[in-house]
Design a protein around this ligand. Structure first.
Ligand SMILES: Cc1ncc(COP(=O)(O)O)c(C=O)c1O
Length: 384
């Protein structure tokens, strides 16, 4: 069976089933060469010149992600931020961009403080409301609509198909930060997006041991060529070892994410009934505002990220995070170990994140152990 026609689980587990023809190795070698031999007639028929532009160490990981996202091509970057900012850097001064009010804080900061200085007109909208997007979009001037769904750290859900239809009618591209959904649960290109972005640092790698980003395009068009030129020329290029580690991490993407998601669902339900928790933010809960849309566009689960708001406010939230033993008190998400974070502390002024919120990244530990640890921390924080 041609592995490119297999189910996504099989594609990921076997990394498309590539075998090194020379050695018969079933895992790839790590190519570290920064430069490539020119042909005698001065041509570069291999298509490779210099490793800032491209590197054989990327081929398999890019092919796997492109296949999982049903895209035409993929490009690895040195971090999620490098991937995301390359999309905006491919725009021109004066272009109008719509971005969500609730989104990954570091990218929002970059958009408001740097992208605007370079002449992009960035407008933040309530991306969960198609009517607000319709009202803000400027046909012919809006060049890009940036979506993040579920969006950090409130896990708000944007209807990708509805938003993409509005953008397309106005002549704008749509890019989706699908880091939290992963290709396990959502395929934005199939829903009308033009580009998908992942902080591969998170679930795609899954082991909290590398920084990486990736973009996947639906079409190999001029905009995509600009994005690839930006990677080659600005040099936010991933290292060879990191690309190899990422490929290894992706082989277990489906079982890791599936396990984490089932634990997150169980934790969300149990925490919703906890006397110290005032609200659980998780797309898998029927009471959550984005639940109906996530049922429509997320297949098989709602992800491994949730947030809880703690009775007693900021003080109790910080005290709870201080008292966990199994959860690790750290930023980031998507690794095999569960992380807890008082999110407003890291986002700083201007954040839409409430001060009583703890962000939980659920790993692959036993979900009963995770609940028990949170439960004892919540109860002790109540008495603190
Ligand atoms: C949703 C999301 N997008 C983008 C990023 C940026 O990724 P990186 O830290 O690899 O630059 C992050 C990092 O936390 C993220 O959570």
């Amino acid at each position: 069976m041609d592995s490119s026609t297999s189910k996504p689980e099989s594609i990921a587990a076997q990394a498309l089933g590539w075998v090194d023809e020379r050695t018969r190795a079933i895992t790839p070698a790590i190519h570290v060469s920064t430069t490539f031999l020119r042909d005698e007639d001065n041509q570069y028929r291999s298509g490779r010149v210099y490793a800032r532009a491209d590197n054989p160490a990327f081929d398999q990981a890019q092919a796997v992600i492109a296949q999982l996202e049903n895209g035409a091509d993929a490009a690895l970057f040195a971090s999620g931020m490098a991937a995301a900012t390359a999309v905006f850097q491919a725009l021109a001064p004066g272009d109008h961009v719509l971005a969500p009010r609730v989104m990954y804080w570091s990218l929002r900061n970059w958009l408001m403080n740097f992208a605007t200085q370079w002449g992009l007109e960035v407008e933040l909208v309530d991306m969960t409301d198609p009517a607000a997007v319709q009202a803000a979009i400027r046909p012919g001037t809006t060049r890009l609509v940036w979506i993040e769904t579920p969006a950090n750290p409130l896990w708000t859900i944007t209807d990708i198909a509805a938003t993409a239809a509005i953008a397309r009618a106005a002549g704008a591209l749509v890019a989706v930060d699908s880091t939290v959904a992963t290709p396990v649960f959502t395929r934005p290109l199939d829903l009308g997006a033009d580009i998908v972005m992942h902080a591969a640092t998170k679930y795609l790698n899954g082991h909290s041991d590398l920084l990486a980003g990736v973009l996947v395009t639906r079409d190999n068009n001029d905009f995509w060529q600009r994005v690839k030129a930006i990677r080659a020329q600005l040099g936010a290029t991933l290292g060879s070892f990191e690309a190899w580690l990422l490929l290894r991490g992706m082989r277990t993407l489906f079982p890791r994410v599936d396990w984490a998601c089932r634990s997150a669902q169980s934790l969300a339900e149990r925490l919703a009934a906890h006397p110290m928790v005032t609200e659980v933010l998780y797309p898998g809960l029927p009471s959550f505002a984005g639940h109906a849309v996530s049922l429509k566009q997320m297949t098989g689960g709602f992800g491994g990220m949730l947030s809880v708001r703690i009775k007693g406010g900021e003080r109790a939230a910080i005290a709870t995070a201080a008292r966990v033993a199994l959860w690790k008190r750290a930023t980031s998400l998507g690794g095999v170990e569960s992380l807890i974070e008082h999110r407003a502390s890291i986002e700083g002024p201007g954040t839409p994140c409430p001060p009583d919120l703890l962000r939980l990244s659920v790993g692959v530990e036993d979900s009963g152990d995770l609940f028990d640890d949170l439960d004892q921390a919540l109860r002790r924080a109540d008495n603190a």
